[in-house]
Design a protein around this ligand. Structure first.
Ligand SMILES: [Zn+2]
Length: 274
């Protein structure tokens, strides 16, 4: 009986998933590069954020975030955020560009589940000799539990590419984390390095000693952030740690590509190079 119920439940889940695919594909004009689906709309940023930002009196508007599509935030089928979609576009191109006879080592910090699956599928499909590992201090299911500000488990010059997205705003000493990221990267290696950049802020606002969640929401826009990055402040901090920094916006990817993949015009991908 239990087995029968399980089969029935799986069959229902499968049918619901198929119906969702049909529902979101009707008149589809958008694309999710992470799961490869054609969809008619993305889903907005969860109410949780909107409500907390209002409740705690955060001073800035969502429009002031550099890379955030708050009204077309996530893919309804795989959950990928707009920044995941931006990274997927870049990573696909990166893997096409790197030599197919080269062994490549990639490390992904605080991995996003849909993007991680995308990368694994891409590696399998390409047949390239690529090792992909995931790391985080708290997240379950990652390959390595590691503090990005103290990565002594890795020798110098270990990785060809990293993804470190929305990690540094949680780290008390982000300069130390940047030095560590630089150290573990091979010379000529590169990485996606993203933080929530707020275009309405002139200088970095930071105070790791604040632990009150309400105050963190008010000042930094999230209960577990310890700073709010200005664009110039972020760029300076990254370059001070020894990285070269590239910014790729709609001029690089194409205005149509941004539109079709639900990425806002002012979005910028930061890619560092050692
Ligand atoms: Zn998707």
């Amino acid at each position: 009986m239990n087995l029968f119920k399980k089969h029935l439940s799986n069959a229902i889940k499968k049918r619901i998933k198929e119906l969702r695919v049909v529902m979101y594909s009707l008149g589809a004009k958008y694309n999710c590069p992470v799961c490869g689906s054609r969809i008619n709309r993305f889903q907005p940023l969860p109410e949780f954020y909107i409500n907390n930002i209002k409740r705690h009196g955060y001073r800035y508007k969502f429009e002031q975030a550099e890379t955030l599509n708050y009204h077309s935030y996530s893919c309804p089928l795989c959950g990928a955020s707009d920044r995941d979609r931006l990274y997927a576009l870049y990573i696909q191109d990166y893997l096409d560009r790197v030599g197919h006879d080269m062994a490549i080592r990639i490390i992904d910090f605080a991995p996003s589940a849909p993007l991680s699956l995308f990368i694994r599928n891409l590696i399998t499909a390409s047949g390239q000799n690529i090792s992909y590992i995931t790391a985080d201090m708290n997240m379950e299911g990652v390959d390595f539990k590691v503090d990005v500000a103290d990565m002594r488990i890795y020798d110098d010059d270990q990785f060809d590419f990293f993804i470190c997205s929305h990690v540094l705003e949680h780290v008390a000493d982000d300069r130390k984390a940047l030095r560590e990221l630089h150290r573990i990267l091979k010379p000529q290696g590169s990485g996606i390095l993203m933080v929530p950049v707020n275009l309405g802020v002139a200088e970095i606002d930071e105070e790791p000693s604040i632990t009150d969640e309400s105050e963190r929401w008010r000042r930094f826009g999230q209960n577990d952030h310890v700073r709010l990055y200005s664009k110039d402040g972020f760029i300076k901090r990254v370059m001070d740690s020894g990285f070269l920094l590239h910014q790729f916006g709609k001029e690089h990817f194409g205005e149509n590509t941004f539109e079709q993949n639900g990425i806002t015009d002012q979005s910028v991908l930061y890619v560092v190079e050692k």
